[in-house]
Design a binder for this molecule. Structure first.
Ligand SMILES: Cc1cc2nc3c(=O)[nH]c(=O)nc-3n(C[C@H](O)[C@H](O)[C@H](O)COP(=O)(O)OP(=O)(O)OC[C@H]3O[C@@H](n4cnc5c(N)ncnc54)[C@H](O)[C@@H]3O)c2cc1C
Length: 461
């Protein structure tokens, strides 16, 4: 089936997979290029993942970090936004297959930019996901909000001190930037926003544990900043447990193995998983049809020009690509998008004038540094050789995130939400619904039911 609205055109066709930092920026960069752009993504929005933790902890609303891609590209006439889950790239036939509500659609391309990002990795223990959601999507963040606030609500109704303690224990697995931000915000939510609002429990008694198998907090940011962040978290009341490997996760808690081999249990109703990423399975799809190699995280080992071996018109960028020295951060995807769209622009223009395109220069990544917030008014930042923490770093973090948020209205709305939380102690987005809290379990139950119906039908036929 071809897409409704598709028109025959002899213009160069660029198909982009994904509406994240890589995909959206690729589409925008091609605004003034004489090409037809089709952006296919499985969500209708562009997601600003760095602020997902603020959605999960009730500071901002999901709309502030997930504007509709269609509206962002409304004025870009050469771009069409298509909703669909890409299931296959046919390298020989130069088509992309995407699925929407049971229908398969084929979209032909002349150039393809794959920016499908990465999902959460549970290191082969996918069943952990049911009890410890990750932080990759709006669904994840809203579900976590439901679980965090839901745990306080249940604790208020419990007269059993053991159960109360389990409900008021929050474990965040993974001490990277997301884990640090999440642990800090759960602690602040309990100590500041929720303080005094319950009658049976004291929310400030919540026990937040940040746990990692590695020996340091924020390992990519170096020892000094890691220790700074750890000290700040501990001062706030977060318990940091390092060299602690999670071996099991269930409804009631987690099992941990320490460096000395001791196996212990932490009883906790609410767990958050922020350890490990796994690139989109589309990398494996490419590897099955070509000489593409993928690394252990499923990332595609790309050529120096970000194309894949044997297919100069197929580019892989952002979190899905493995490029030495390029971190899985927004800047990697944004700069990758700028680089590959420049190639497409140059080569389309050269061919239009009957010229042979110039050889491609290799992609060069410019490291703009990294940052993580630890708490209100406190962040750590690394820019080149400069490492700093505290209020200045927090202001820099605030400013940078505002710059990169897409859309003027989004920036204003976010700024107002921040004012509510950072100038006072309230949070404007503490609504939770039954759907948020139970959606994952219910969907899994429906899938199990559908699978058993299929089995029964198969057996009967
Ligand atoms: C919680 C969190 C916090 C972060 N904080 C920071 C930070 O502070 N600073 C920083 O620089 N980076 C941060 N990052 C990393 C940063 O968000 C990523 O590096 C960046 O999003 C990568 O961009 P991308 O375009 O490769 O992938 P993404 O932004 O993940 O976009 C992938 C897109 O592909 C779509 N997609 C996936 N599979 C398919 C499919 N099969 N079919 C169709 N569409 C598909 C998705 O829906 C999405 O639109 C954070 C990430 C997370 C998860």
């Amino acid at each position: 089936m071809s897409h409704p609205g598709a028109t025959a055109s002899d213009r160069h066709r660029v198909v982009i997979i994904g509406s994240g930092f890589g995909g959206l920026n690729s589409a925008k960069n091609l605004k003034r290029t004489d090409v037809d752009v089709k952006l296919i993504a499985r969500t209708t929005h562009h997601l600003f993942q760095p602020l997902l933790y603020q959605v999960a902890t009730g500071i901002i609303s999901e709309g502030e970090i997930a504007p509709p891609t269609r509206l962002i590209l409304r004025k870009q006439e050469n771009a069409q936004v298509l909703l669909g889950d890409v299931t296959h790239v046919d390298l020989a036939g130069k088509t992309v297959t995407s699925k929407l509500l049971g229908h398969d659609y084929k979209t032909p391309y002349d150039s393809l930019i794959i920016a499908a990002g990465a999902g959460q990795s549970y290191f082969g223990n996918d069943h952990f996901a049911e009890f410890a959601p990750g932080m990759k999507t709006i669904d994840d963040a809203l579900e976590l909000r439901g679980r965090i606030l839901g745990a306080f609500e249940q604790a208020e109704r419990s007269s059993d001190p053991v159960r109360r303690s389990k409900l008021l224990t929050f474990v965040v697995v993974g001490a990277g930037p997301t884990g640090v931000e999440m642990a800090g915000q759960i602690q602040e939510l309990a100590d500041q926003t929720l303080k005094g609002s319950f009658r049976q429990i004291d929310p400030t008694e919540a026990h937040v544990i940040l746990l990692d198998a590695a020996p340091a907090v924020l390992p990519p940011m170096g020892k000094k900043l890691g220790l700074k962040a750890q000290a700040r978290l501990e001062k706030m009341g977060v318990e940091v447990q390092l060299n602690a490997m999670v071996t099991d996760v269930d409804r009631n808690g987690i099992t941990v193995k320490d460096q000395d081999g001791t196996v212990r249990r932490i009883e906790a109703a609410c767990k958050v998983w922020s350890a490990g990423v796994s690139a989109s399975p589309l990398g494996r799809d490419l590897a099955e049809q070509s000489d593409v190699e993928i690394d252990r995280a499923g990332r595609v080992k790309v050529n120096p020009d970000l194309s894949i071996p044997g297919h100069p018109d197929v580019f892989v960028i952002g979190d899905m690509a493995y490029v030495e020295g390029v971190p899985g951060m927004a800047q990697g995807a944004i700069q990758g998008a700028r680089y590959v769209t420049k190639i497409i622009q140059n080569e389309v223009a050269a061919r239009a004038h009957g010229n042979v395109p110039k050889p491609r220069e290799p992609f060069k990544y410019f490291d703009k540094g990294s940052m993580a917030t630890v708490s209100k008014y406190n962040a750590v930042a690394q820019v080149g050789k400069l490492e700093f923490g505290g209020f200045i770093a927090w202001l820099a973090w605030l400013g940078l995130h505002l710059i990169y948020l897409v859309g003027f209205k989004t920036k204003i709305a976010t700024l107002m939400s921040w004012a509510v939380t950072f100038l006072g102690r309230d949070r404007g987005q503490l609504t939770i619904t039954e759907q948020q809290a139970y959606a994952r379990t219910r969907i899994e139950q429906l899938e199990d039911l559908a699978a058993s119906v299929r089995e029964t039908e198969k057996a009967a036929s």
